[in-house]
Ligand binder design. Structure first.
Ligand code: 3UK
Length: 536
C-alpha cells in the first residue's frame, strides 16, 4: 500500500481487519489506476486539462456552471475548508443539503483537499445526525442554512462537531462570502489511490446506521464500470433524476458519472413526477435516474411533455416490477435499465440494457463484477435455485468499525441480504430481501412476486406485501394497497384483488388479508419500509 496522504488516520485505523475484507477484483483494463490519485482532481481538474473547461457541468435553477467555473468554485471552497476551518487531510466533513450546485461543489472541494466526505440526507433528524457525527468523528459541517435547526440540536450532543459553515446564508460568515474572499487557485492533496474519500451511511431497516468506507479508487471504478459498459454514457448526455447526492445511487448518476465523460447534470431539489417531466423537457435531458415507483408515477403523466431528447432511463433502489417497465416503455418508448446497487458496493453491479433486458430479471453481473447464489453455508447453488446473492468486484464492503462486517462479508464475498436465483444464462432474478421472505403454512412466499401480480390490476397504484401474524396460521400473506383515484377500498374490491392474484400466480400466495391505505412508508432513498408494515 502506498503511503497515505492522510494526517488524520481515523478512517484507516477503523477499517475492518484485512481478513474480513471482501476479495477486490481488478481484472478489467478499465479499473487500473496509479498508486497516487485524487479522484476529485482526476474528475474535475482532469476535465479542464482535457479541454472541457467551457462545457456545461451543472445545470440548475441558479443557472449553468461550466467545468472551469465549477473548478474555480471548488478551489475557493477547498481553501475555506483548509484555511478558515483548519482542516487537515483525513478529517471528516459532513454535508447537509438537497441536490444543488453547492452540494456538488462541496463534495469535490472536500475530496480534493484530501478530506473525507460524509454526505447526509436532508431529511435526517437530530438523533440520526448524532449517530453519524459520533460514529465518523466529524469535526466540521457544511450545511444549508434552511436545514440548520436539526444540526444545531445534534451539535449540542456532539462536542466533537466544532465548526458549522452555512450556505444560503448571506452573512459575512456564510459560505458564499468566505469563498468570495479566496483565490480560485488550489493545488489539492495528492492522496494514495487507497486513501478513503467518502463514508456513506446506510440505515437498513433496524439498528444503528452503518458507515461504509470507500477509497478514491472506488469512486473512479464505479465511473468506469456500469456507466460505460451498460449505460453507454457519453459527453453529449444531460443527466437528471431524483436520488439525493447523499445516496450513492444519486452521487454516481447525478454527479460522478456525467463528469467522468464531460457530460452535464441537472441538479434540482424536491422533484415531483410532474416537475421532473417538466424539467426533463426544459433541460433537454437525455438520461434519467430514479426509483421504480417514480417511473410508475411519471408514466401516467407523460402526456404532452416533450421528451424527444430522452435516450436512457436507469431504475435502482428496489426491484423493478415488470408492469412498471411496461408502463414506462409504452409512455416513452424507452426500455428501462434496471440495476441493483448497494451502499456497501458503492453502486450498481448487476444490470442489463437494451436488447439484453429480460423483464422480471435484474440482469447479469456487469463487466468487472462477478455474482453467484449461495446457500446458508456459503456454498454455490446450481442455476435455478433460490439462495443468497453473493458478489465481488473492484468495490466492496468495508464498514467503519462495525461488527456487522462479518455478516455482510463471508469467505471474501459480499452478501447483499437479497434472495435471488440465477438462471442458466447467468441472469439474476430478484425474489425478496432475505428478511422479507414470508413463511406461511410451510410455504416460502416472496412478497415482491405478489406485489408484481397486484400491480397488474387497474385499481392498484402502489402496494406492499408482507407477512402478518395470524392466531390460526402463524403468518399470513397481507397486502397493503394504495388505490388509484376513483376506486373505493371496500370488501368487494378486496375480494376481486384476491381473485386476481389467485388467477395470476400459485393460489397459496394470494393475500389472505387486504388493507387499503393512503400512502406506504418510504425511506429518503424511496425504498419501501416493509418492516414498518410488519410491525402493524
Ligand atoms: C435493494 C434492489 C432489486 C437490494 C443503491 C443503486 O439501493 C441502493 O443502495 P442501498 O444500500 O440498498 C441496497 C439494497 O437495495 N435494491 C437496490 N436496487 C435494486 N433490489 N432490484 C434492484 N434494482 O435489496 C439491495 O441489497 O440503499 C442502488 C446504486 C447505489 C445504491 N446505493
Amino acid at each position: 500500500m502506498t503511503l497515505t496522504a492522510h494526517v488524520d488516520t481515523f478512517a484507516q485505523d477503523h477499517l475492518p481487519p484485512r481478513d474480513q475484507w471482501p476479495a477486490l477484483i481488478y481484472d478489467i483494463p478499465e479499473v487500473q489506476y496509479p498508486d497516487r490519485l485524487n479522484c476529485a482532481m482526476e474528475l474535475l481538474d482532469g476535465a479542464v486539462a482535457r479541454g472541457w473547461g467551457d462545457r456545461p457541468a451543472i445545470l440548475s435553477a441558479e443557472g449553468t456552471l461550466t467545468y472551469a467555473q465549477m473548478l474555480d468554485q471548488v478551489n475557493r471552497l477547498a481553501r475555506v475548508l483548509t484555511e478558515d476551518l483548519g482542516l487537515v487531510p483525513g478529517n471528516r466533513v459532513l454535508l447537509r443539503g438537497a441536490n444543488d450546485p453547492t452540494m456538488a461543489v462541496a463534495w469535490f472541494a472536500v475530496v480534493k483537499a484530501g478530506l473525507i466526505v460524509v454526505a447526509t440526507m436532508p431529511l435526517l433528524r437530530e438523533k440520526e445526525l448524532v449517530d453519524v457525527i459520533d460514529k465518523a468523528q466529524i469535526s466540521a459541517a457544511l450545511c444549508d442554512k434552511r436545514l440548520a435547526d436539526e444540526l444545531l440540536a445534534a451539535q449540542q450532543a456532539c462536542p466533537f462537531l466544532q465548526r458549522i459553515v452555512y450556505y444560503n446564508d448571506p452573512s459575512a460568515e456564510g459560505l458564499a462570502a468566505r469563498m468570495a474572499r479566496k483565490t480560485p487557485v488550489y493545488g489539492g492533496v495528492g492522496t494514495a489511490t487507497d486513501d478513503i474519500a467518502l463514508i456513506a451511511f446506510t440505515s437498513g431497516s433496524t439498528g444503528k446506521p452503518k458507515g461504509t468506507l470507500h477509497a478514491h479508487r472506488d469512486v473512479l471504478a464505479i465511473c468506469d464500470c456500469f456507466p460505460k459498459s451498460t449505460l453507454g454514457i457519453r459527453a453529449a448526455d444531460i443527466c437528471i433524476g431524483t436520488p439525493p447526492l447523499s445516496f450513492t445511487f444519486g452521487l454516481g448518476g447525478l454527479l460522478l458519472f456525467p463528469l467522468r465523460v464531460g457530460a452535464a447534470t441537472v441538479l434540482l431539489e424536491k422533484l415531483t413526477p410532474a416537475t421532473m417531466l417538466q424539467a426533463m423537457s426544459d433541460y433537454r435531458a437525455t438520461i434519467t435516474w430514479s426509483t421504480p415507483l417514480f417511473y410508475r408515477q411519471m408514466a401516467g403523466l407523460v402526456g404532452t411533455y416533450d421528451l424527444a431528447t430522452l435516450r436512457a432511463s436507469v431504475s435502482a433502489g428496489e426491484a423493478l416490477p415488470p408492469s412498471t417497465r411496461a408502463l414506462w416503455q409504452d409512455a416513452t418508448g424507452i426500455t428501462l435499465i434496471d440495476g441493483i446497487g448497494a451502499t456497501e458496493m458503492l453502486h450498481i453491479f448487476i444490470s442489463a440494457a437494451g436488447a439484453d433486458v429480460r423483464p422480471g430479471a435484474t440482469g447479469k453481473a456487469i463487466p468487472g463484477y462477478r455474482a453467484r447464489i449461495v446457500d446458508d453455508d456459503g456454498h454455490p447453488l446450481p442455476a435455478g435455485e433460490v439462495g443468497r446473492l453473493a458478489v465481488q468486484g473492484p468495490t466492496g464492503c468495508r464498514y467503519l468499525a462495525d461488527e456487522r462486517q462479518r455478516v455482510y462479508v463471508q469467505n471474501g464475498w459480499n452478501l447483499t441480504g437479497d434472495a435471488y436465483l440465477m438462471d442458466a444464462d447467468g441472469y439474476f432474478w430478484f425474489q425478496a430481501r432475505t428478511d422479507d421472505i414470508i413463511l406461511t403454512a410451510g410455504y416460502n412466499v416472496a412478497g415482491p412476486e405478489v406485489e408484481n401480480a397486484l400491480l397488474e390490476h387497474p385499481a392498484v397504484a402502489e402496494c406492499a406485501v408482507v407477512g402478518a401474524p395470524d392466531a390460526e396460521r402463524g403468518t399470513i400473506v397481507k397486502a397493503f394497497i394504495v388505490l388509484k383515484p376513483g376506486y373505493t377500498g371496500d370488501a368487494a374490491l378486496a375480494q376481486s384483488l384476491q381473485a386476481f392474484v389467485k388467477n395470476a400466480i400459485a393460489p397459496y400466495k394470494y393475500p389472505r388479508e387486504v388493507e387499503f391505505c393512503a400512502t406506504l412508508p418510504r425511506a429518503d432513498t424511496g425504498k419501501l419500509q416493509r418492516f414498518k408494515l410488519r410491525q402493524g
